[in-house]
Design a binder for this molecule. Structure first.
Ligand code: CMC
Length: 434
């Protein structure tokens, strides 16, 4: 439901003098929007907003984000409290179902996730078909699309979504771990039902049949926190993609696979990998990051300080604040001294005092420190974006479900302003000039 400011409208005056009244709507945190739903029908005009800098694509009751104040809340709960007190399974339930689970609901949700952790044995052959050099994001997206082939009832949009939701939440974890095992030539480790969600993932990633493997509680907690911090971020590029694909009636697996692919890019979820690669470059060149930052400021080769800047956060990213502290704690607990952390801190310090970054309101984002923590947990660099995908999964699902359950939802279909040739006559090939 959209709270409307009773009777309030904004007036738009067009170049031909025509006027139109546009309803003003207000969100539950007092965000104001001009509703242009009827603009084209009433005036013939559309709005143009490249990159959707000012355009709300939907109303949503899932996540609240205030970029000026650095606020992030899932279903009303502050991210700081969830990261400290909750775990990833509970947060997934919260995002998808809109409320924190009772003990019984929590137990059932966990049991369902545990029961659905295996993937069809035939799917193991797919892993063999990929070259060993495959990026795990390519494998993950292809495998998630393939799930729709194994659960064809998902193609019927009237089939109950709950079972598919449980399946995908549980199986993506298995697929992610299997893709890593294949890439390093180790045998696949089946899930172990006695383990909790994150511990089970760590078991599938790091255990081998020939040895006992104990999941470290510190690593399990850190993983829970990392996944919680990534779990949703309202209408970001990948979530908007999930909604866009889902709006055509595509099934949950196809919609999520599209989200995974949108996440892959270095300006979005691929940034965590790009940050580590950037820090490694700086380390290789023996520098402290000053030269790199100068190159960024001079826009040399279009270099960017990866892990900095955000479309919405213009003050600080609350997730980055939590991650910076976590980074120190986790590395200390594990007795790891990572020189990349020192380089990252030095570069952050330089950037935060530099007018280029200050004037453009560029601050560390969620990806600046997450890669260093993943490294400390033993996760290889090319798996970082897969970890982001695993974390973002409940958010994607929640948005897909919200859209699926909205009787007023429409297929996503933006318009454009055409800037090409006007009508011209077809020229036969022997009459064409260069
Ligand atoms: N380093 C250097 N300059 C930057 C950076 C950066 N990281 N980010 C933005 N700028 C500059 C940009 O060059 C532009 O300058 P100018 O006005 O002189 O042309 C100005 O700041 C505005 O940038 P923009 O690209 O128009 O801003 P945007 O809102 O479209 O982009 C962003 C947001 C996240 C894509 C961008 O800040 C960026 O590329 N950051 C680095 C990649 C990164 O860390 N991405 C992860 C984002 S957080 C995880 C997620 O949710 O995806």
């Amino acid at each position: 439901m959209v709270p409307a400011m009773a009777g309030t409208t904004a007036k738009l005056v067009l170049p031909d003098g025509k006027e139109t009244q546009l309803p003003v709507i207000v969100g539950s945190e007092d965000e104001h929007a001009v509703d242009i739903t009827k603009l084209r029908a009433d005036t013939g005009y559309i709005t143009l907003d490249s990159g959707f800098m000012n355009t709300g694509s939907t109303t949503s009751a899932i996540t609240y984000l205030d970029g000026e104040q650095g606020i992030l809340r899932y279903r009303g709960y502050p991210i700081e409290e969830l990261a400290e007190h909750s775990d990833f399974v509970e947060v997934s339930y919260l995002l998808i179902n809109g409320k924190l689970p009772t003990k019984e609901e929590r137990q059932k949700f966990s049991t369902d996730l545990t029961r659905h952790s295996l993937i069809h044995e035939d799917m193991h052959n797919f892993f063999t078909g990929f070259p060993p050099t495959s990026h795990p994001m390519a494998v993950l997206s292809a495998m998630v699309t393939s799930l729709s082939a194994y659960y064809p009832d998902s193609l019927d949009r009237n089939s109950p979504a709950d079972l598919h939701i449980t399946r995908i939440l549980s199986k993506v974890r298995t697929i992610a771990a299997f893709s890593y095992k294949k890439s390093i030539g180790q045998p696949l480790m089946y899930p172990k039902n006695s383990l909790r969600y994150c511990a089970n993932f760590l078991h599938m990633m790091f255990a081998v049949p020939s040895e006992d493997y104990e999941v470290s509680p510190i690593i399990e907690k850190a993983l829970n926190q990392l996944l919680i911090l990534h779990a949703d971020h309202e209408q970001n590029c990948s979530t908007s993609t999930v909604r866009m694909v889902g709006s055509s009636g595509a099934n949950l697996y196809a919609s999520i696979a599209a989200g995974i692919l949108a996440l892959w890019g270095p300006l979005h979820g691929g940034a965590n990998q790009a940050v580590i690669e950037m820090l490694e470059d700086v380390q290789r060149e023996g520098g402290d990051g000053k030269k790199f930052i100068n190159d960024v400021k001079n826009k040399k080769d279009n270099k960017r300080l990866m892990g900095f800047g955000h479309r919405v956060y213009k003050n600080f990213d609350p997730r980055a604040k939590i991650l910076k502290n976590m980074c120190d704690e986790v590395l200390q607990h594990l007795g790891i001294n990572d020189p990349l952390l020192d380089i990252a801190k030095a570069m952050e310090e330089i950037a935060l005092k530099d007018d280029y970054f200050i004037s453009k309101k560029l601050y560390p984002n969620v990806d600046f420190y997450s890669g260093i923590i993943y490294r400390a947990l033993g996760i290889p660099t090319n798996m970082f974006t897969v970890m982001f995908a695993l974390g973002r999964l409940p958010g994607w699902i929640a948005h897909w479900k919200e859209m699926d359950e909205d009787p007023g939802a429409k297929i996503g279909r933006p318009r454009q302003i055409y800037t090409g040739e006007q009508l011209r006559k077809y020229v036969p090939i022997d009459q064409r000039t260069k």
